[in-house]
Design a protein around this ligand. Sequence first.
Ligand code: ATP
Ligand code: MG
Length: 263
Amino acid sequence: MAYLELENLTKHFEKSEGWFTQPTVVKAVDGVDLTIEKGEILGLVGESGCGKSTLSRLIMQLIEPTSGSVVLEGERLADLSPQEIRGRRCDFQMIFQDPYASLNPRMTIYSTLAEAVQTRGQVEQAELQNRVGEIMERVGLDPRFVRKYPHEFSGGQRQRIAIARALATEPKLVIADEPVSALDVSIQSQILNLLRELQRELNLTMIFITHDLSVVRYIADRIAVMEAGKIVELDEAEAVFDRPKSDCAKKLLEAVPKIQFRP
Ligand SMILES: Nc1ncnc2c1ncn2[C@@H]1O[C@H](COP(=O)(O)OP(=O)(O)OP(=O)(O)O)[C@@H](O)[C@H]1O
Ligand SMILES: [Mg+2]
């Protein structure tokens, strides 16, 4: 059984231009069929506006599909009650492009991580402190900084905090939506390395969204290329790089900088 299956998943938005014009339909996600195995890293690439973020919000059950379904470990998520969905929330986590926007500026790192740990259930103080310290070390942050606030960290460190928070709930599926796009190139490879290490260690299933093919080159097992709401190419990462078939993949490859970094 596949870990995650998307069946004809579709999300259309109605966009009205003005009061007297017919609303136009934006086919943000348009009939996506996709199967992801446990422990796989799938790179999801495509140009801005092709529907990558909408697809991830559909998988995360943050928005309702127009049609089609998300099947997680054989369970059709639409058939679950809101309560059951809430119970499964810890199993899937997202990491976003801008950690500053996704972290609560008024919460210390300790509160942020302690809250995330306890979504799985109450933990007593001493144990909680240990867990938070362990998680911080695991993502390369000094546990002595646990009482600091997000603004006291650099962009790369903040992304480590966001990664720590995602891991604190012990997720099975992580969707990272452009997790390194806002970072300096020198920091990008550190964060990519960290994500890959964690994925291996914890056998996470991961969807890695980016418009920059060079970012998924060394991290993804397979790459799905998305264009106008559809998956137009899906293959082993190497094959997409060496023998791109779709015009979209070719175009994205042309945009890859000639000087490659190797995380
Ligand atoms: N809530 C919404 N209401 C209306 N249209 C939307 C909404 N969310 C997304 N869209 C439209 O759906 C399309 C896909 O958007 P989406 O954000 O999924 O693209 P993306 O691939 O993530 O782009 P980017 O690389 O810029 O993040 C776009 O045309 C966008 O304008
Ligand atoms: Mg997006």
